[in-house]
Design a protein around this ligand. Sequence first.
Ligand SMILES: NC(=O)c1ccc[n+]([C@@H]2O[C@H](COP(=O)([O-])OP(=O)(O)OC[C@H]3O[C@@H](n4cnc5c(N)ncnc54)[C@H](OP(=O)(O)O)[C@@H]3O)[C@@H](O)[C@H]2O)c1
Length: 343
Amino acid sequence: MRTIMKYVRYGRTASFVSVLAFGAMTLGEKNRWKLGGVTQELSDRMVKAAFDAGINLYDTADVYDEGDSEIMLGKSIKPYRDQVMIATKVRGRTGNGINESGLSRHHMSIAIRKSLERLNTKWIDIYQYHGWDLHGEFDEFLSTMDHFVDSGYVMYPAVSNFTAWQMATLQAMAVERGYARYESAQMNYSLLNRDIEYEVLPLMKYWSMTLLSWSPLHGGVLTGKYKRGEKPASGTRMGDRGFFFPYFDEVHGWDIVDEVRNIAQEQGCTMSQVALAWIVSKGHVAIIGARNMEQLQENLESVNVNLKKEQIERLDRISENREIYPNWMVKRQNGDRNFEIVS
Ligand SMILES: NC(=O)c1ccc[n+]([C@@H]2O[C@H](COP(=O)([O-])OP(=O)(O)OC[C@H]3O[C@@H](n4cnc5c(N)ncnc54)[C@H](OP(=O)(O)O)[C@@H]3O)[C@@H](O)[C@H]2O)c1
């Protein structure tokens, strides 16, 4: 089936990214994290299919399969290099050395050279801190990233797995110092985890940052392949790894899975497509993961699914978070403008 890709503006830049991005975490034959073990031949076919479907954003990390994901992606993407954005990450442990992890200038400067080499590219379109470094300071993280931008190694700085205060401080300091802005945040966001709606998403909206949602199917739980109270079968991610990751509320979460199943039946599509279409309906980018062509094709076709307003509301309702303080007080206090505001 033909897919008609949609695009969103990337942060506050003049670039655009597809609402589905290609996740390269399953690439790599060492298969160290038991996530897929995709070969080079399959990777070439998957990347071509994604590109042909209109995907122009490809996400990997220096730690995925010990660097092999970057190598594979670099090879597969070569024919399309100038037409796509490559996003990779730095932060994770890459070796046994004392400093082979974190966001120090030392580690980041070595890590970026190695990522460029593995990806076989002269620049990285989106360079993401893979997570916060508890043992460093903003000054070092920011000035190192800005140096990469000035050197032409990095187009757009970005973050992943940051809390709202970390993101807010970083962005404010970057803007104040005339550094390049942080244009996106890659965060876990799915019908099974909407935690970032408390603090992170309002902050991102304020700064016009793009959300790149990782594990949009919650590692496969939203495909319907796992059942309440049943041991995950081998040959699946959770079966092979022996635990659910990302974590989710296993008491209430299965009710959400059931509602996704109901809506898939109504729509005549698959559960994965409903879960991905829900994220895209919110204006976010879903980074799709797949271990084979069939899964990839199914996920690509989610752009053809138009959820009804009433179906989105049902999904919103069943997966809604408990309101926390001070959010409920902010909402209450801001209910005092009872007139229409034209914005
Ligand atoms: N920044 C971070 O910390 C972080 C963390 C995780 C991921 N990521 C990024 O996000 C991307 C996507 O993450 P993810 O792979 O966890 O995404 P996901 O879509 O939540 O899970 C993908 C897995 O679900 C199963 N699956 C996917 N589509 C399916 C389908 N149509 N039918 C049946 N099973 C299906 C497959 O697992 P099995 O077939 O093996 O069961 C597949 O490997 C990664 O590639 C990476 O780029 C980033």
